[in-house]
Design a protein around this ligand. Sequence first.
Ligand SMILES: O=C(O)CCC(=O)C(=O)O
Length: 268
Amino acid sequence: MRASLLQIAVDPDETADSRRRRAASLVREQAGSELVILPELWPVGAFAYQQFEQEAEQPTGPTFEAMAEAAKDAEVWLHAGSVVEKADDGTLYNTALVISPTGELAAVYRKIHRFGFDKGEAVMMGAGEDLVTVPLPGALTIGLATCYDLRFPELFRGLVDAGAQALVIPAGWPARRREHWTLLARARAVENQAYVLACGTAGTHAGVEQAGHSIVVDPWGEVLAEAGPGEEVVTVDLDPAKVTTTRDDFPALKDRRLGLPAPAAPRL
Ligand SMILES: O=C(O)CCC(=O)C(=O)O
C-alpha cells in the first residue's frame, strides 16, 4: 500500500484559495498511491487564529470541493488534513476530512484535544467527542487524530481497540518542539504496534515556524521515511501484513491489564 504525505508550506503571502489550487495539483501528482495525506489546517494556518472565523467552512465547503475533485482524478483515498469547520450552531471545530477515491466525504474527525491552553484553538473552538476509524478496502484501517492529540496515548489505545492498524496524524507542529514530535510519533507506533503517518506543514505563519519533518514509522518503531523542514512530498510503501506479524510475534497488546483497582488511600 503506497502512501504519500504532502508537507505543504503555509506562509502568510499565499491565500487559502491559491494554496487549495496548489494542494489539488500535488494530490493529482500522487496517482498511483492508495492514500494521500495533507496536514492540519493547511488552508488557513494552524496558528492564524485571527483568520479562523473568516476562513471557516462547512465540511463540504471549498476545501472539500477542491480536494474531492483531485482525489477522484488521482483515484486515491485522501486524508485532506483539517479545516476550520463552522457548525450549524456557529461553533468552530478543527475538523479532518477523509475523501474516497470516488470523491465522497467518507469520514470527518473533530480534533478532541484543543491546543493553546487559555488562548487560540483552546478557547475559539469546540472539542470533538468521537473516535473515528476508516477501513480502507483491501488495505489498512486508519485511525484519526490531529496534532496535539499526539500527546494523549489513551486516544490511540481507543483507536487500536476500534481496529486501527495505521494512525494518521495531520499537524501544524511548531519547530521549537520538533524533538517531541519525532519521539511521540515513534512512541505511538511502538506502543500500539501500528503504522504512524504524521504529516506536518512547512513555512512560518503567525510568527510560528513550522517543524516539517513529516514522518512514517512502522509497527516496530522503525522510521521508514522522514521529511526535512521545507515543502516536500514523502512517499512510502506500507505492508498491511506487518501489523499482524508484529502483533503476533511480540504480543504485548494482549498483555494489557485493564480494570485494575485504583490505588488504596495512603495510611497516614
Ligand atoms: O503539542 C504541541 O507541541 C503542538 C500542538 C499544536 O501545535 C497543535 O495542536 O496545533
